[in-house]
Ligand binder design. Structure first.
Ligand code: AMP
Length: 222
């Protein structure tokens, strides 16, 4: 029987909202054959299911605040225990606080994270990007006013309705950027101190950015 000799690939992707993190995360996960685990997508799925938890999460998300570290740790530890995550994963949107970073490191062990990628985009650029962003309300595929689906506003991937996210309003966006600065920058710096961070300029051609990210991961891991 054939056995895989590929080492596990365990990646984190950081970046302000609107930095292109979601798009690049999907492409990288596909390239390295690992599940793309987006905590934002997981929370939005709970909102769509209409559970009590989903309703609470929606209020927090719409206000641009963060769901508690304890709840997020529970979600992520369950997800990483799934069979598809045994040979690696790519986390998009987690960790978001220093506490989550430390919790994740405790969960995976000190050698359990291979590389954290930071997509660097200035704040005024992301505000412009987010206000034109449109997302499929069923599968989460990303579009924009400039790059709409082939048939507006029906998702090319799943046929779902493509709309503006409730948390992409200007007020919520400002809140989220402030939250990123206050809560997430410290965990990005912490990964840098551990020698695990690679920063990439997130402004420019999407495909070139993907190539740069792939080569960074490849050089680091293989
Ligand atoms: P995202 O799609 O990654 O921008 O996440 C959307 C929203 O979900 C965030 O603004 C938070 O309210 C919530 N969220 C996602 N990931 C986390 C996390 N790791 N910790 C706390 N809240 C989160």
């Amino acid at each position: 029987m054939e056995s895989t000799t590929r080492p596990p690939v365990r990646l984190l992707v950081f970046g302000r909202q609107g930095a292109g993190k979601g798009t690049q995360a999907v492409r990288l996960a596909e390239q390295f054959g690992v599940p793309h685990i987006s905590t934002g997508d997981m929370l939005r799925a709970a909102v769509r299911e209409g559970t009590e938890f989903g309703q609470r999460a929606k209020e927090i998300m719409d206000a641009g605040h963060l769901v508690s570290d304890e709840v997020m740790l529970g979600l992520i530890s369950e997800r990483l225990a799934q069979p598809d995550a045994v040979n690696g994963w790519l986390l998009d949107g987690f960790p978001r606080t220093l506490q989550q970073g430390k919790d994740l490191m405790a969960l995976t062990g000190a050698d359990g994270i291979d590389l954290a990628l930071d997509l660097d985009v200035a704040e005024d650029v992301v505000v412009e990007r987010i206000s034109s962003r449109r997302v499929c309300s069923s599968c989460g595929a990303n579009y924009s006013v400039q790059v709409p689906p082939t048939s507006p506003w029906t998702c090319d991937v799943c046929g779902g309705e493509v709309t503006q996210r409730d948390d992409d309003t200007e007020q919520a966006v400002r809140e989220r950027l402030a939250t990123y600065l206050l809560q997430t920058i410290p965990v990005v710096k912490w990964f840098e101190e551990q020698g695990l961070l690679a920063t990439v300029d997130g402004v420019g051609d999407r495909d070139e950015i993907t190539e740069e990210l792939i080569s960074l991961v490849t050089n680091r891991l293989f």
